[in-house]
Ligand binder design. Structure first.
Ligand code: PLP
Length: 375
């Protein structure tokens, strides 16, 4: 009934290089990991899936698999801070350049493409933490006209809500740490690719080789936990979405709140696009406080159910002051997050309890005093 955890580094051979069931060494293949990878590929309607030790390790492997020194990336500006750090501070040293672009403006995306140099377009939708919506099919057209690949980070939406490969993307990346694992108890990442040739090589083969040769694989226990998470992904996402919708609407009625960023709101500029390309609006809500930075900090530090923490996508609600927590690596740059913004990862608790907790946060925001600020 339950796939076992193959807690083994190596596999006994039936003769010299006569592999039993095709397995030699767990960096190359492991049945627990392979099962999870097959599930991921199926969920994203992909050709092949690859599991890594973290989302960043998955992104790094994909970049190494397809890029060469001198290449250029068109990078969605509003994205995970760690992706930005990876592309700039790590791959930048190896001659990879990038241009950050407004993910919602296809003209800007097209203008950023450098003919003969741009190998990759990379976008997150909904984006982190501004919840912008990118037109995936539009991005794919621009990428393919340029002979480049489109990568979509589908961590926020999950394949339950959105399947970027069906919309024209060539590869999807995930931090399985988030909704796929779903319980804040395991780090992991994944790359899922379409069947596609790039620079004379099968994408799946290039990523598979990078996974084996680079070695940042997910371990069997981590794959077991993430695969267990998958069993309830749909149930959890339904609840994340319905709780987030109630909370976004409720926050919008409050005078302490300047702006609510949630694609499910009809007032959100990406609402209709999100509705057209995905089956729901997700569990992340960002909120800008009318009282500015002091109010935002007090709000973030004053709740009890919404635990002050980075990460997202677990069953428990989390709150994060993005400017200095998840997005500290882009502080004082044009990509910096507004200082009155707080990001909520809405969990699956009873929504009435969450609203009561937010009421607590807003009353602290009115006083401009967080739980830890007084000390
Ligand atoms: C967390 C996250 C990542 C990085 O994943 P890790 O598992 O933390 O390495 C990448 N993209 C998005 C959208 C994320 O939220």
């Amino acid at each position: 009934m339950i796939p076992p955890i193959y807690q083994t580094s190596t596999f006994v051979q039936d003769g010299i290089n006569v592999l039993r069931n095709g397995h030699e060494y767990s960096r190359g293949s492991n049945p627990t990991r392979n099962g999870f990878e097959t599930q991921l590929a199926a969920l994203e309607a992909g050709h092949a899936g690859f599991a890594f030790a973290s989302g960043i390790a998955a992104e790094d492997a994909l970049l190494r698999a397809v890029l060469a020194p001198g290449d250029h990336i068109v990078l969605g500006a509003d994205g995970y801070g760690g992706t930005n750090r990876l592309v700039n501070d790590l791959h930048g040293k190896w001659g990879i350049s990038n241009t950050p672009v407004d993910i919602t403006d296809l003209d800007t995306v097209e203008a950023a493409v450098q003919s003969g140099k741009t190998a990759l377009l990379w976008v997150e939708t909904p984006s982190n933490p501004l919840l912008g919506i990118a037109d995936v099919a539009g991005w794919a057209r621009i990428a393919h006209t340029a002979g480049a690949l489109l990568v979509v980070d589908n961590t926020f939406a999950t394949p339950f809500l959105q399947r970027p490969l069906d919309l024209g993307a060539d590869a999807v990346v995930h931090s399985t740490t988030k909704y796929i694992g779903g319980h804040s108890d395991v780090l992991g990442g994944a790359v899922i690719v379409a069947k596609k040739e790039f620079r004379g090589q099968e994408l799946a083969q290039a990523v598979g080789f990078q996974q084996f040769a680079g070695g940042a694989v997910a371990g069997p226990q981590d794959c077991f936990l993430a695969a267990r998470g998958l069993k309830t992904l749909d149930l959890r996402m339904e609840r994340h979405c319905s709780n987030a919708a109630v909370i976004a609407r409720w926050l919008g009625t409050r005078e302490e709140v300047e702006n609510v960023l949630y694609p499910g709101l009809k007032t959100h500029p990406g609402h209709l696009l999100a509705k057209a390309q995905s089956g729901g609006f997700g569990g992340i809500v960002s909120v800008q406080l009318a009282g500015g930075e002091a109010a935002a900090r007090a709000f973030a530090e004053s709740m009890e159910l919404f635990a002050l923490s980075v990460s997202l996508g677990g069953v428990e609600s989390l709150v994060c002051y993005a400017a200095e927590m998840t997005h500290a690596s882009v502080i004082d740059t044009p990509l910096a997050v507004p200082r009155n913004l707080v990001r909520l990862s809405v969990g699956i608790e009873q929504v009435g309890d969450l609203v009561a907790d937010l009421e607590l946060g807003l009353s602290a925001a009115r006083r401009g005093l967080g739980r830890y600020a007084a000390a």
